[in-house]
Ligand binder design. Structure first.
Ligand code: SF4
Ligand code: SF4
Length: 77
């Protein structure tokens, strides 16, 4: 399995007020997660919980964990 490149592409959160996908508030400018070691199960916004990529229900184009078997993440359609 490839290593995560920490590109930050999976760190987008749906904002129900604007109807758009936006960078997570814990994503720093250098694409480092500010709470990486504590992030699993972390509730970030209304109804959103940050999960480990292995539990992610979507595929993200360019991600090293792309499977081709899951729906494409809505932020990248
Ligand atoms: S999209 Fe994939 S490669 Fe990029 S940070 Fe997320 S898990 Fe890592
Ligand atoms: S909390 Fe999750 S979504 Fe937010 S920056 Fe960290 S890994 Fe990305």
């Amino acid at each position: 399995m490839s290593e995560c490149k920490r590109c930050g592409k999976c760190c987008v959160i749906y904002n129900r007020f604007t109807g758009s996908w936006e960078p997570c508030k814990y994503l720093a400018d250098d694409n480092e997660c500010l709470i990486y070691n504590d992030r699993i199960g972390k509730k970030i916004g209304y109804g959103f919980v940050c999960l480990h990529h292995k539990n992610w229900i979507w595929d993200i184009p360019g991600c090293t964990y792309f499977t081709g078997k899951k729906p494409i993440h809505p932020a990248y359609i």
